[in-house]
Design a protein around this ligand. Structure first.
Ligand code: GLV
Ligand code: MN
Ligand code: MN
Length: 406
């Protein structure tokens, strides 16, 4: 068993080891999508790191990695996060939780600590949904929050199905889906994560325990017009879905602005076919919508649809709104969160607008989260950051929580 220093080059050594994997040449930051060469490299790094700590690594039937300290078994304490990223994402969203989990286990081991329950470090697959469109796919499949047929049918931008990608990664697509045996092993899941907003800056604290996650989901707004020639078609003869989609995108913003604390984002557009001298046939605009309750989020999306229809009226284009995923509001177990906060010296409880595997799993097993301060307040961007001292505070907090429950 090898013991490594916690820090290297001013950051957690584990983050330093993976710093060159999956660098995004266009935006900066990282593009580490599930089952791409970069993500495979991260999986190999994880296996090597976990094996170096004497952990036994297995891949479950949904592509999630589990590194077991001691024999796998029931009532396990599981910690970890994800290694995949959004396009051009930051270095911390996901990897911080995985590296901190390995470091917390390593620290327990070096003090001769003997856990009274099985312990696992987990890496969930496709947390961001950046390749197949549905976030937290690994934990959704594990817990049955998405059915296997729907998951198998998802496709990436090149038309590769999730089933085929899973097969290429060595999984049996027929065995994707709810994993009762693995679920039954989880007695408690704790995910440490970089904070993705400004909560801990405002609170002037390095760590917090999570209280809740906004309801959120993804919808595809398809605007259909008439493909035609850019030079031969007069400006008043067109049914241009790009112009209609631009109006619809403004309507998305207006709907969110008119609802307290709601958020709606169009972060991805696809113009079909996408040629400079071609009036497009259709546009897909993906909408990420979030609000404080399920009802408020549903109402926001209904308002978006009404406003988008109104915005394109008279353009000769049509609009369809298709739901691609849904995550209801998460309220983490209050007693558990309060207990963990107490163990850490009454650190704050903090709500978040970001989705997490812990949110998905909270419907099936006892679950909690620890947030580490992000001094930029920026996430899903190369500017996402955490000071080395706060990362160490996060590892120390996770180690203390593990000690308290093991
Ligand atoms: C994941 O980070 C999400 O909130 O979309
Ligand atoms: Mn993220
Ligand atoms: Mn994340």
């Amino acid at each position: 068993m090898s013991v490594r220093p916690l820090l290297a080059h001013g950051r957690l050594a584990g983050l330093d080891e993976i710093a060159t994997i999956g660098v995004d040449a266009t935006r900066g930051g990282y593009s580490r999508h599930v089952w791409t060469p970069a993500e495979f490299e991260l999986r190999e790094w994880f296996v090597a790191r976990a094996t170096g700590l004497g952990l036994d690594v297995e891949t479950d039937r949904n592509g999630n990695l589990w590194a077991w300290w001691g024999a796998p078994g029931q009532d396990a304490v599981v910690t970890g996060s994800h290694l995949d990223s959004v396009p051009g994402g930051g270095a911390y969203d996901g990897p911080l939780g995985v590296v901190s989990a390995l470091d917390a286990v390593a620290r327990l081991q070096t003090t001769g600590f003997r856990p009274s329950r099985p312990v696992a470090v987990v890496v969930f697959a496709e947390e961001e949904g950046s390749r197949f469109g549905v976030a937290c796919l690994g934990s959704r499949l594990l817990s049955g929050a998405i059915d296997a047929d729907s998951a198998r049918a998802l496709t990436d931008v090149d038309g590769v199905s999730f089933a085929d990608a899973a097969a290429s990664a060595g999984l049996d697509p027929a065995h994707l889906g709810r994993d009762d045996d693995m679920l039954a092993r989880i007695g408690l899941f704790i995910e440490l994560h970089v904070e993705q907003g400004r909560g801990l800056i405002d609170l002037d604290a390095p760590v917090a325990v999570a209280s809740s996650i906004l309801a959120h989901g993804r919808w595809r707004l398809r605007v259909t017009g008439q493909g035609n020639h850019a030079g031969a078609t007069g400006m008043r003869e067109r049914r241009d879905p790009v112009v209609a989609a631009a109006r619809a995108v403004l309507a998305v913003e207006e709907a969110a602005l008119s609802t307290d604390d709601a958020r709606a984002t169009v972060g991805r557009l696809r113009i079909v076919p996408g040629g400079t001298n071609v009036i497009a046939s259709a546009v897909d605009a993906w909408i990420d919508a979030r609000a404080a309750t399920d009802e408020a989020t549903r109402a926001l999306v209904a308002d978006i649809e009404t406003r988008a229809q109104r915005a394109v009226a008279g353009s000769g284009c049509s609009v369809d709104l298709i739901e691609e995923s849904w995550s209801g509001v998460v309220r983490f177990d209050r007693d558990l969160a309060a207990r963990l906060s107490g163990t850490l010296g009454d650190v704050p409880l903090l709500a978040t607008g970001a989705g997490h595997d812990a949110g998905v799993l909270s419907g099936s097993v006892p679950t909690a989260m620890v947030f580490v301060r992000n001094p930029t307040g920026v996430s899903h961007s190369p500017e996402e950051f955490a000071e080395a001292a706060d990362c160490v505070a996060g590892v120390t907090a996770l180690e203390a929580l593990l000690r308290s429950v093991l």
